[in-house]
Design a protein around this ligand. Structure first.
Ligand code: S3P
Ligand code: PEP
Length: 404
């Protein structure tokens, strides 16, 4: 399908959304399970393409593993391949070949793997030759480019003969994802310590654990946005827990300022509308995947918003700052860098305009973050299958919610 037309639908009442499972948890569970000899029964695994790709590649005998556009799959499989028997080539889409991996490559080399970049230095595709003898047990890694490098190394750490002492240097972005990795490792029997900037994992065996993947909080954020923007809304999101391993549960606190109250119930969360603030300041360092959702909500609701911690957005599925700027502009919403690292949303948005076409830049989050604009007017979203990366049932759920 080339595009999907969403008709103006201002009310979303008595809606129940059976959310997709978390791809972040699923991809960790799959790697950890593989490292423990596939002894665990993982339930509620995500249908996300990123997870299905991980599942397929973990059992592949091919020399070359093509991760498509899945960042976690690329980074986690790279570290995992360093423990394998045979050399592996890891590659991905043209965009994946522009997403950096040098920090992870350098760390693996220091531990004893061989890493050869096949096209551009520091970027996939690359060939990983497994570690024979562990060269170092203490390494340093920069924390400000992607936490996925750190999670990837941590998951293989217990299986290294000497374990690993990892010193993180600089600012640590996406910190809750590192914590999620350690928390999941703990459930599978791994003890670790994180003191100041140093994480230590001793060599120890993973144990089996019947892991049940929670619904995806990042995917949930789009429903918070629908609730925030609709004239009236009552939306129940299934399978979310108040005590979550996912940092994107931050959406509860953020949306409370933007007009959505969350009530945790036994089987999920109920979203209801409340008054919003006029002005907010939000640091996305811990939850970069929520930035697009929040930018759209603030723009439409004329909430003056100061956004920081957006540095990693430029190296995700697309340059998300550039993509956001372009698409928000179509709705008279401006995203502007007012001082280094500080972005502001200024809006002259008017509801009820003629249909606007939204480009998605091969980024699932562009499609899903802009979909709630259909509470204001007709919109047309290009390349809607981009959502398959993390939330393949998204458009079905939109149909459920809007009765279309
Ligand atoms: O570890 C993970 O599951 C993820 C970490 C984050 O990436 P960065 O660490 O690159 O910010 C996040 O944006 C991504 O969607 C999933
Ligand atoms: C950045 C994302 O994914 P990844 O880095 O795993 O491709 C995302 O899902 O928003």
């Amino acid at each position: 399908m080339e595009s999907i037309a969403l008709k103006h639908c201002p009310k979303l009442n008595a809606v129940t959304i059976p959310l997709e499972a978390s791809k972040s948890e699923s991809n960790r569970a799959l790697i950890i399970n593989a490292l423990s000899g596939n002894t665990s029964a993982i339930s509620n695994l995500s249908n996300a393409r990123d997870t299905q790709t991980m599942l397929r590649l973990l059992t592949s005998n091919e020399e070359t593993l093509d991760v498509l556009d899945a960042g976690t799959t690329m980074r986690f499989l790279t570290a995992y391949s360093a423990l394998g028997k045979n050399p592996r080539v890891l590659t991905g889409t043209p965009r994946m070949q522009k997403r950096p991996i040098k920090i992870l490559g350098k760390a693996l080399k220091q531990i004893g793997a061989k890493v050869k970049y096949l096209k551009n230095d520091g970027y996939p595709p690359m060939k990983i030759t497994p570690i024979k003898d562990q060269k170092k047990e203490r390494i340093r890694m920069k924390g400000d480019v992607s936490s996925q490098f750190i999670s990837a190394i941590l998951m293989i750490a217990p299986a290294l003969p000497e374990g690993l002492i990892l010193e993180l240097i600089g600012k640590i972005g996406s910190r809750p994802y590192i914590q999620m990795t350690l928390d999941m490792m703990k459930l599978f029997g791994i003890q670790s310590s994180w003191t100041n900037n140093t994480i230590e994992v001793k060599p120890q065996p993973y144990q089996s654990y019947p892991y049940q993947v929670e619904s995806d909080w990042s995917g949930a954020s789009y429903w918070f946005s629908f609730a925030a923007l609709a004239e009236s809304a009552e939306i129940k999101l299934l399978g979310l827990r108040q005590k979550s391993l996912q940092g994107d549960i931050a959406i509860v606190r953020i949306m409370n300022q933007l007009g959505v109250m969350s009530t945790f119930e036994a089987d999920g969360v109920l979203l209801q509308k409340i008054p919003a603030r006029n002005e907010v300041e939000i640091d996305f360092s811990d939850c970069p995947d929520l930035a697009q959702t929040v930018a759209v909500v603030c723009g439409v609701k004329h909430i003056s918003c100061k956004m920081t911690g957006l540095e990693s957005l430029r190296i995700k599925e697309t340059d998300r700052i550039k993509a956001l700027k372009r698409e928000l502009k179509k709705f008279n919403i401006k995203l502007k860098e007012t001082e280094e690292g500080v972005w502001e949303i200024k809006s002259k948005f008017q509801p009820g305009q003629p249909e606007v076409t939204i480009e998605t830049y091969e980024d699932h989050r562009m499609a899903m973050a802009f979909a709630p604009l259909s509470t204001q007017q007709d919109i047309l979203i290009k390349d809607p299958s981009v959502v398959d990366k993390s939330y393949p049932s998204f458009w079905n759920h939109v149909g459920l919610a809007t009765g279309s």
